[in-house]
Design a protein. Structure first.
Length: 270
């Protein structure tokens, strides 16, 4: 644990070196940990900047607001109308790059207007192992990634979050809803709502980690391998199928490989 605590001290040293920081805050595991560390290192010279485009579920926004309120951290929410995401909605191969460029450009503008020297975000060391085209946008805009710079992995962030009694320490990983669509599938508000409702249903059924990937009128459900059997039981299978068909899917399938991050990127990597 000494090595892990040294990493945490290095993180706070990085943050103090900025003088002030606006944290791109989604309410997830990484950004919650980063925001708490920034608040410890910088006090009121750290704020939370939360983007609220259509790609973010309302549940995540409410949890982010609750975190800031309970930790007495100032939060600025940039509403959906603050962003122009029409190109991203067409879902081209570089959709993540276009979206990150738009979101973080607006965040940087607001941070500068508020007098903060830098925008920081929660990419960690594990993110270097996946296809992350949006990271190029961060580099171009001068957005800092202190968790990555401090060499902190997701497992280490969870362990430190547990020690700090953060409610997000064991929160399932989440990615924006746009990641549920294959390249070229247009992202409409209706489709986003269909995916959001479907995933909320799985949460309400007690599943812990999941994705509902949209392929036209087909839903491809990813669950943790240990939860596949639960989903395949006749009564549960019918509940899931009936609900997702009601939400707008024509076909409902269970991905036997199970949940994994970035599965929509697998075709692009081949």
């Amino acid at each position: 644990m000494d090595a892990l605590h040294k990493k945490y001290e290095s993180l706070k040293t990085l943050l103090r070196g900025y003088g002030s920081a606006a944290v791109a805050f989604s309410g997830g595991v990484d950004s919650s940990f980063l925001l708490k560390a920034a608040a410890e290192a910088l006090g009121d010279r750290a704020i939370a900047l939360t983007a609220a485009p259509p790609f973010v579920p309302r549940r995540e926004l409410k949890e982010a607001e609750t975190f800031c309120r309970e930790n007495r951290i100032r939060q600025i929410v940039l509403p959906a109308e603050a962003f122009s995401l029409e190109e991203a909605r067409k879902n081209p191969p570089d959709r993540c790059y276009r979206c990150k460029t738009e979101l973080f450009s607006r965040m940087r503008e607001r941070a500068e207007a508020e007098g903060f020297s830098v925008v920081v975000e929660g990419s960690n060391a594990d993110d270097l192992l996946d296809y992350r085209p949006g990271m190029q946008a961060l580099k171009e805009l001068g957005i800092r990634s202190p968790l990555l710079e401090a060499g902190l992995s997701k497992a280490e962030i969870r362990e430190l979050s547990r020690e700090m009694c953060l409610p997000t320490w064991d929160k399932p990983s989440f990615a924006c809803l746009a990641s549920r669509f294959p390249v070229g599938e247009e992202i409409s508000d209706e489709k986003l709502q269909t995916v959001e409702r479907s995933e909320q249903f799985l949460r309400d059924c007690g599943f812990r980690q999941f994705r509902v990937r949209l392929h036209g009128s087909l839903a491809r459900i990813e669950l943790l391998p240990e939860e596949l059997e639960k989903a395949a039981k006749p009564k549960m299978r019918k509940r899931i199928t009936d609900a997702l068909e009601e939400y707008g899917f024509r076909y409902v399938t269970l991905d036997l490989t199970g949940y994994r991050t970035g599965s929509m990127n697998e075709v692009q990597r081949k």
